[in-house]
Design a protein around this ligand. Structure first.
Ligand code: NAI
Length: 559
């Protein structure tokens, strides 16, 4: 069944920059000056925010909450963003991982109205015209683009992937204060290899298998070229492409277009940041130099290798060469320690494959740890409880303060729970996970877990890139973002021994990261907006903060 292209490709009514922020009609019952007779007479003696939160919390499932919030965004976008900003820790997990996963899996069934741009494989040859259908192209500054091929841990969801782009952009808006009208969610509908969608009568996408590499490459080249022409000031953030394509398109496009990949670079940057603080704590406890850190990655997929590559900077920042840095990193996949002599080794695993191990294959994590003696164990494997009591105790026996970052999401795939890590290391662990854990008491002491959440990083990278009009996102911009995040801890957070700041300060943190990103863009000579070059850091930070968009809800009743 073919979806009428008029629905598919036409600019969405509700989220188009024009529609989304048209002031509500004068008959809107919430406008004080024109309150129609039908409005409840005591509406203005109540707090509408509280009503919205009560309605949200009354929904039984995450998916219902997602649908409710989605409707609220359509009816009252300013209120939606104010509620989001005021209740970040409660609402981000609905708009983004984990609940957005349910929204994507069910998107064809819960779909209400167009809310982003679809570009399909059938548009090949005239992609530019499709992009031009988006109104206010000149105002567009950031697009999150997915091809739906690897949505979170849920696999190939095809055209159902759009909510991942929408959710991510909501976090840019909330986290950095990017103006909503400048955001553009895009799903590339290239078909899907998930058979059940071909058979689902409500599926919204094209019913065909994904293209081969050659056809996909042609499509991607045309798409990126068209994006630059139609949206000259726009930053493209790639999201949830399948592993090999994620790496390949980043490599192909990073020096050609204004783009980055959050799964690879954002994750790398956020983990580097947490690691910078963790290594300081660990090295201080052990009385060893930072350069003696030895990092073992359990999991060598796109996230694992992306993070490992970014952590090279941890060592190069201490003055080591890239080769020396590489020698301090070991990687493990489902077959064990990755060595260069392994047959059929995937391309992306080769860089960290060890050439210095000659013995029989080390297949058990315990044996790898005994051989490597790591100071830090990072999990990006999606293997629940892979860091068993024996493993964690082994790490504690090797280190005064072991660094253990179980980064797999969601919690059901996490390598070790915070409480267990505390118990098995007698409270000495320096911990950061991918998913959130609660503050935990152990032996009468309160411990706050770190969360290596990309949301710390990508809003600031996006804001800094947009403001500086950087024509590329350079490695140094990503690295400086990590350093700025690591340095953003306030005195209270430092005293609590945290490795990441508290997420509620995200606007302030994003402004500091944006400042560092702009300065790095200037050093690399990729900033097309040279006006900032003459501003002091203080003046530039003030400018960035003033640029952060704020929702305005003064027309709504508030107590
Ligand atoms: P992936 O599926 O591409 O890679 C998984 C890796 O784990 C593969 O190398 C695989 O060989 C390895 N693995 C699987 N079973 C294993 C076993 N039994 N023993 C040893 N290794 C095993 O997944 P991807 O995209 O790399 O993501 C991994 C995890 O990282 C996901 O849970 C994802 O949610 C998480 N992640 C966390 C982020 C964060 O904390 N900020 C950001 C991005 C991803």
């Amino acid at each position: 069944m073919n979806i009428p292209s008029v629905i598919y490709n036409s600019p969405p009514r509700s989220t188009s920059p024009i529609h989304r922020f048209i002031p509500h009609s004068p008959t809107c019952p919430l406008l004080p000056s024109t309150t129609p007779p039908a409005s409840p007479p005591y509406l203005f003696t109540t707090d509408h925010r509280q009503r919205v939160l009560t309605q949200l919390r009354s929904k039984a499932t995450g998916l219902e909450k997602y649908i409710y919030l989605n409707g609220l965004k359509d009816r009252e976008p300013n209120l939606f963003y104010e509620i989001l900003l005021g209740n970040l820790l409660e609402i981000v997990p609905i708009l983004y991982t984990p609940t957005v996963g349910d929204a994507c899996s069910n998107y064809s069934h819960i779909w209400r109205r167009p809310e982003g741009l679809y570009v399909t494989i059938e548009n090949k040859g005239h992609i530019k015209e499709v992009l031009r259908s988006w109104p206010a192209a000149q105002a567009s500054r950031i697009a999150v683009v997915t091809d739906g091929s690897r949505i979170l841990g849920l696999g190939d969801l095809g055209a159902n992937g759009l909510p991942i782009s929408i959710g991510k952009l909501d976090l840019y808006i909330a986290g950095a204060g990017i103006k909503p009208t400048t955001t553009l969610p895009i799903c590339l509908d290239l078909g899907t290899n998930t058979q059940k969608f071909h058979e689902d009568p409500l599926y919204l996408g094209i019913r065909r298998k994904r293209p081969d590499t050659e056809e996909m490459d042609e499509f991607m080249h045309e798409f990126m070229e068209a994006m630059r022409e139609v949206f000259p000031q726009l930053l493209v953030q790639f999201e949830d492409f399948s592993t090999d394509n994620a790496f390949r398109y980043l490599d192909l496009f990073r020096n050609q277009y204004r783009c980055f990949n959050d799964d690879i670079q954002g994750t790398g940057s956020v983990v580097l940041s947490g690691f910078l603080n963790a290594a300081r704590l660990s090295a201080a406890a052990a009385g060893t130099p930072l350069t003696e850190q030895r990092i073992l990655f359990f999991g060598a997929g796109s996230a694992g290798i992306g993070v490992a590559k970014q952590l090279l900077s941890f060592f190069t920042l201490q003055g080591l060469s890239v080769e020396e840095a590489r020698s301090r990193i070991w990687t493990v996949d489902s077959k064990g320690l990755i060595t260069a002599d392994r047959k059929g080794l995937q391309e992306h695993k080769k860089f960290f494959a060890r050439t210095d191990y000659q013995g029989p294959p080390l297949t058990k994590l315990e044996d790898v740890i005994k051989y490597v003696k790591p100071t830090a164990l990072l999990g990006l494997s999606t293997v629940r409880n892979a860091f068993s009591e024996e493993i964690v105790r082994l790490m504690a026996s090797l280190n005064t303060r072991p660094i253990i970052f179980p980064l797999s999401n969601p919690v059901s795939l996490c390598e070790v729970d915070f409480e267990d890590a505390l118990k098995w290391t007698n409270g000495s662990v320096i911990f950061a996970s991918g998913s959130p854990y609660k503050v935990t008491e152990f032996n009468g002491k309160r411990y706050e877990p770190g969360q290596g959440n990309n949301m710390y990083i990508f809003p600031g990278i996006g804001l800094g890139t947009i403001l500086s009009k950087a024509n590329h996102v350079t490695d140094s911009m990503v690295e400086q973002a990590a350093i700025a995040l690591a340095g953003s801890l306030n005195a209270d957070e430092q005293a609590a021994g945290l490795v990441y700041p508290r997420l509620v300060r995200i606007r302030d943190i994003s402004a500091q990261i944006a400042l560092a990103v702009i300065r790095a863009a200037q050093k690399d000579n990729v900033d097309e907006n040279s006006l900032f070059r003459n501003l002091s850091d203080d003046a530039l930070l003030e400018y960035i903060r003033a640029k952060q968009w704020q929702p305005t809800t003064s027309h709504l009743p508030r107590l």
